[in-house]
Design a protein around this ligand. Structure first.
Ligand SMILES: C[S@@+](CC[C@H](N)C(=O)[O-])C[C@H]1O[C@@H](n2cnc3c(N)ncnc32)[C@H](O)[C@@H]1O
Length: 298
């Protein structure tokens, strides 16, 4: 395919993904649930709390592809400078309503397409911590986006990169196929599929958001650990750890040990292969989602 056609395809993916999120915010929440900052604190998911404990209060943070911003809003409660960037106006409008309602002054929300080098550069500053969770696999060119956003990280700054894993996502890919074909009119089966990931489906906003994101998305790609580690290496990011762990017999509890404070050995091809094969069942609930943590070396 010629470079021009490739670019057209990438732009088309971006357009569809933006339209999708404009219509179907993620993570979806009912704004009426948040009347005080305390409500935001109480609604924080366990992983958000672990991030909050692991990032020093004086650190600046940027959440790339922040969506409706529940995580970055929560992190801004204890910090002077937290940014949330995204390219979907629908997502950012919802985030902005939350910001205005709760008066979150240290939270900056900005519209940025991370595939647009100039837009990323126009931010004009670098951060101590960069989070990019569940975003790159919805872009037409994940590695180009990665190279762009890395420039937002200070030397010695820390990164968390969340991606769908090629092996771990296999069961969900099968369920997506079944939901689109055999069970397309069967709400009970669809509810069961979503329950497999988020438990009870009492919170209808959340369930609807998850359903759209996992089963109706216009574009997703999957990435092996080896591929993501090669992005790290080429951009001088030192691998620190992975969740789920890439070490054998690692039963350490993240809530206790925190993140970014251990330096694991970069896993060999053998270890990566065995672990990723295990993830086919072990990360079924997360839809094959994994997070690599690293530190910029220069
Ligand atoms: C699955 S949501 C993840 C939201 C949030 N990070 C989380 O973990 O809950 C993916 C987000 O990436 C954003 N996104 C996708 N492509 C993007 C791009 N090229 N530039 C900026 N944001 C993008 C979407 O608008 C969407 O809000």
């Amino acid at each position: 395919m010629s470079a021009k056609l490739v670019n057209l395809k990438i732009n088309e993916i971006g357009r569809e993904v933006r339209l999708f999120y404009n219509k179907t915010p993620f993570p979806d929440y009912d704004l009426q649930r948040f009347n005080t900052k305390e409500d935001l604190r109480l609604a924080a998911y366990p992983f958000a709390k672990i991030l909050d404990q692991s990032i020093p209060e004086i650190a600046s943070v940027i959440d790339v592809g922040t969506g409706t911003g529940q995580l970055s809003a929560f992190l801004s409660l204890r910090r002077k400078e937290v940014w949330g960037i995204d390219f979907s106006e629908g997502q950012l409008n919802k985030a902005d309503s939350l910001k205005q309602k709760l008066g979150l002054k240290s939270w900056t929300i900005q519209k940025v397409d991370i595939l647009d080098h100039e837009q990323v550069q126009s931010i004009g500053k670098q951060f101590d911590y960069l989070l990019c969770l569940g975003v790159l696999h919805h872009t037409g060119n994940p590695y180009d986006a990665f190279k762009n956003i890395i420039k937002l990280l200070k030397p010695n700054g820390y990164i968390a990169l969340g991606l769908y894993n090629t092996f771990g996502r296999i069961p969900l890919n099968i369920r997506q196929f079944l939901a689109r074909t055999v069970f397309k009119n069967n709400q009970a089966v669809k509810d069961m599929f979503i329950r497999m990931q988020i438990g009870d489906v009492e919170d209808k906003d959340r369930a609807r958001g998850w359903w759209n994101d996992q089963y109706c998305h216009p574009h997703e790609s999957t990435h092996t650990v080896g591929e993501a580690l090669s992005w790290f290496k080429k951009n001088k990011i030192r691998f620190l750890e992975c969740v789920p762990s890439l070490m054998f017999f690692d039963n350490s509890i993240m809530e206790v040990k925190g993140i970014w404070n251990t330096s694991e050995k970069t896993p060999s091809l053998f270890t990566r292969t065995v672990k990723q094969l295990q993830w086919i069942s072990a990360t079924n609930r997360e839809g094959g989602y994994y997070i690599l943590f690293g530190r910029r070396m220069e």
